[in-house]
Design a protein around this ligand. Structure first.
Ligand code: ATR
Length: 258
């Protein structure tokens, strides 16, 4: 969807751009990136599974990319240096707060997963000062390591899925890749209250994701997938490259109706 999103932004802001989806190869990632740089690309967005390689390759990192240890936006500077940024987290918080009117500040948040996707969102999430953030993961020690890595930004409690207590959460964010197999992390239903809002970092343009369907079946107040986050992170990247902030609402609406 990214070429469609960036092309729509360009039309709206009156710019001519070239944005294309390319399949790179992990063994030759660096050479391919350097090649794009040498033929005049201004930068690239990088998606799974290359975000960590992009982080390693960047000469300079934004603070949020440094925290995330993952880069989804590379800016090729005129002096040949590559700046790495991560716009995933800001994309999530903008979609939650601005598009959906979901409050994070003073709320209790449960984050499922402790992989790259979660790393990308924790900094911006913590900056909104929620009252409680619990990271639950299938492999507990990965959640614990994450809590140590992000300690300077705020406190994260950790848990396995089955040991989640009786706490009900205002916001439950699925950052696991279980949905790729149509699965949902095995969390106890008691964490979901009548006022809980669920958000899946994954999206599916055709049907509800497995997690969104689960949340709807279990009576969550609202459930969203990550399409809005995709558009918002793209807007943030677009602004870096072109100096103009595009309007996102109409692009999200068009993608949903297409
Ligand atoms: P990504 O970059 O997409 O986050 P990742 O770094 O491989 O990918 O992380 C995937 C996350 O989804 C991990 O938290 C993983 O749990 P483990 O750390 O225990 O591997 C989680 N995950 C993947 N499949 C899952 C499943 N079927 N049930 C629950 N969690 C799952």
């Amino acid at each position: 969807l990214s070429p469609r999103i960036h092309t729509a932004f360009a039309a709206e802001t009156g710019q001519e751009i070239y944005y294309q989806a390319l399949q790179l190869n992990s063994a030759t990632f660096e050479t391919q990136i350097r090649e794009l740089q040498s033929i005049g690309y201004k930068g690239v967005n990088v998606t799974v599974p290359f975000k960590e390689q992009a982080w390693k390759l960047a000469d300079k990192l934004s603070p949020r990319a440094q925290d995330a240890k993952a880069v989804n936006t590379m800016i090729f500077r005129d002096d040949g240096k590559i700046v790495g940024d991560n716009t995933d987290g800001i994309g999530l918080t903008r979609d939650l707060i601005i598009n959906h009117g979901v409050l994070v500040t003073h709320r209790k948040v449960l984050v499922l997963g402790a992989g790259g996707a979660v790393r990308g969102i924790l900094g911006p999430l913590l900056s909104r000062k929620p009252d409680l953030v619990v990271v639950a993961n299938r492999t507990l020690h990965k959640a614990e390591r994450m809590a140590e890595d992000f300690f300077h930004l705020g406190e994260l409690l950790t848990s396995s899925f089955e040991d989640l207590g009786d706490e009900k959460f205002d916001l439950i964010i699925n950052g696991t890749s279980a949905g790729l197999d149509g699965e949902v992390p095995p969390i106890p239903e008691r964490v979901l209250g009548v006022n809980s809002i669920c958000y899946d970092l994954m999206y599916d343009i055709d049907k509800p994701t497995a997690f969104v369907a689960w949340a709807q079946r279990r009576g969550a107040l609202r459930a969203y997938d990550g399409l809005g986050m995709l558009v918002e992170q793209a807007a943030e990247s677009f602004e870096f490259w072109h100096g103009r902030r595009p309007e996102t609402g109409s692009v999200i609406a068009r993608l949903l109706s297409a």
